[in-house]
Design a protein around this ligand. Structure first.
Ligand code: HEC
Length: 138
């Protein structure tokens, strides 16, 4: 190889590797998703009983499963196309959040996570999905 090409080629490859590593780091860490206190402290008005959980499960299959997976592990059929990881709902990082916080995130959405307040217009249906999400805890 002629000398004058070697440096640009090396720089190009090094740049590629750096970019790849950076995007890897960004994907590994989910960025914090702040929830306003009032939303966090909102109580779930729908009692968690078999009817609510069954309703939540049906809605989950229609609206959430494609990304979050049947058991909320983040392994839905669309998950690989997403820029952000959908997370693992069996884990404490999600299960330790209040019903109000999960309701807020489901309603508002962010980036790849759609907003559901229009698509699921009855708030009680979203609360039922939260009741179902509690059954995903390992
Ligand atoms: C198109 C793919 C997609 C669909 C459909 C989807 N989600 Fe998500 N969801 C995501 C992604 C990606 C994230 C991570 C977003 C982020 O951190 O910016 C996420 C994050 C969340 C979070 C926050 C989790 C955390 O770690 O705090 C909740 C709660 C949630 N989704 C609930 C739902 C519910 C309930 C449904 C169905 C009604 C649903 N999602 C449908 C992609 C999706």
């Amino acid at each position: 190889m002629k000398k004058k090409f070697a440096i640009p080629v090396i720089l190009f490859i090094a740049g590629f590797l750096t970019l790849g590593m950076l995007s890897g780091f960004i994907n590994l860490e989910q960025k914090p998703w702040p929830v306003p206190d009032a939303a966090k402290n909102k109580k779930n008005p729908v009692a968690s009983n078999p009817e609510s959980i069954a309703a939540g499960k049906a809605l989950w299959s229609t609206h959430c499963k494609s990304c979050h997976g049947t058991k909320g592990l983040g392994d839905g059929s669309k998950a690989a196309q997403l820029k952000t990881e959908p997370g693992d709902f069996s884990k404490a990082v999600v299960q330790s959040q209040t019903d109000g916080a999960l309701f807020y995130k489901t309603s508002e959405g962010r980036d790849d996570m759609p907003s559901f307040k229009k698509k699921i217009s009855d708030a009680d249906d979203i609360w039922s999905i939260i009741n179902f999400m509690r059954t995903l805890k390992k």
